[in-house]
Design a protein around this ligand. Structure first.
Ligand code: KG4
Ligand code: ZN
Length: 336
């Protein structure tokens, strides 16, 4: 079975061919980061235009690298939600055109389900059910992966996502967009004990996240020191931010696993590339006797292989769409 996966929900135009659900035959990513860097964040209008310019070439490269023709594909999978609406529309419209001209089935994929699927590409033995923490630029979710295609949201962020918190703190320190990786790098030589940062209190569902308090605390710390002309040690501050975010994510995920009786835990999303989060989740899971899975680093950020992989499982479960498929900016995983 050969599935083409198309991803255009944010600032990466990515297309991949995946064989038999888990074997990556090709994965081509055209990133727009350099262009958005100038503005300190993703400019939706620019993102849509670049997807439009790049999608055909990226698709050709993915097919050529895989040595696969359009006729040999079993289905065409595409991210239809959630994300920037104009960006999503480019991928969805392109996929619909391809499906129409080739007569191949069209398979809709939820972006977060795609991130979760990066673990299938990395760990051949992993199968549902398990609990997955998805932390990215737009989402922080604890998800019960009931089956390959059925998901239950156990906790979600009330405000900023973990990646957003990394990026906004990084911006306040003058690091370029996207700042998460710069905080990660600066942390390597930093002392995480210099700054004591707050862990949020969340009323109601104890497995929901909140990162806006931490972000505001860090931004105030930086602005106050700038007003007093005091230069903070940004390596130490980065290490403190990274440790605090890793603690919040790890504590809530492991506690919810204990509550629900899960022994298998996975990590996914752009923030799963963070060395502090990877190390803390691994160490705590080992200590408490959980099996722990995380994607290999190149699969942590947005890519087409995760959409082709999840698209394969959707296709096998009979989840297909017709020409009425539309892009949706906000859509809970429970509504797919
Ligand atoms: O999953 P992703 O590529 O896009 C979304 O679906 O949002 O995630 C991007 C996010 C950004 O916030 C980026 O700063 C963060 O993942 N990120 C990291 C690291 N690498 C990427 N955050 C912390 N440390 C990293 N090494
Ligand atoms: Zn993503």
């Amino acid at each position: 079975m050969l599935i083409l996966g198309i991803e255009s929900s944010c600032d990466e135009t990515a297309v991949s061919v995946v064989k038999d659900c888990r074997e990556i035959k090709s994965s081509v990513i055209s990133t727009q980061i350099e262009e958005h860097k100038k503005y300190g964040g993703v400019v939706p209008e620019i993102a849509s235009r670049r997807h439009c310019e790049n999608i055909l070439d990226v698709t050709r490269q993915a097919l050529d690298t895989a040595g696969v023709t359009l006729a040999e594909l079993d289905a065409i999978a595409v991210t239809y939600a959630p994300g920037l609406i104009g960006a999503l529309l480019v991928g969805v419209s392109f996929a619909k055109g391809l499906a129409m001209t080739t007569g191949k089935p069209l398979v809709p994929v939820h972006h977060i389900a795609g991130h979760i699927a990066t673990n299938y590409l990395t760990h051949p033995q992993l199968e549902p059910p398990y609990l997955c923490l998805v932390a990215s630029g737009g989402h922080s979710h604890i998800i019960e992966v009931v089956s390959y295609t059925k998901f239950k949201v156990i906790g979600r962020t009330r405000d900023d996502a973990a990646g957003e918190c990394f990026d906004k703190c990084a911006r306040a320190m003058g690091f370029p967009y996207p700042g998460g990786v710069h905080i990660d790098n600066a942390s390597q030589t930093g002392d995480p004990s210099e700054f004591k940062l707050p862990h949020p209190k969340v009323a109601g569902n104890e497995f929901d996240f909140s990162f806006s308090g931490l972000k505001t605390n860090v931004i105030n710390l930086i602005h106050n020191s700038q007003q007093k002309n005091i230069q903070l040690n940004y390596n130490n501050l980065s290490a403190s931010i990274q440790k605090t975010i890793a603690e919040i994510l790890t504590e809530k995920t492991l506690k919810s696993a204990e509550n629900l009786g899960y022994k298998k835990i996975a990590l996914a999303g752009g923030v799963s590339a963070n060395s502090g989060v990877r190390a803390m989740m691994s160490a705590e899971c080992r200590k408490r006797g959980f099996d722990f899975y995380m994607p290999e680093k190149p699969l942590c950020g947005d890519n087409g292989a995760m959409i082709a992989c999840q698209g394969s499982y959707n296709y096998l479960a009979g989840i297909t769409a017709d020409e009425s498929l539309n892009a949706i900016a906000t859509l809970s995983m429970e509504d797919i």
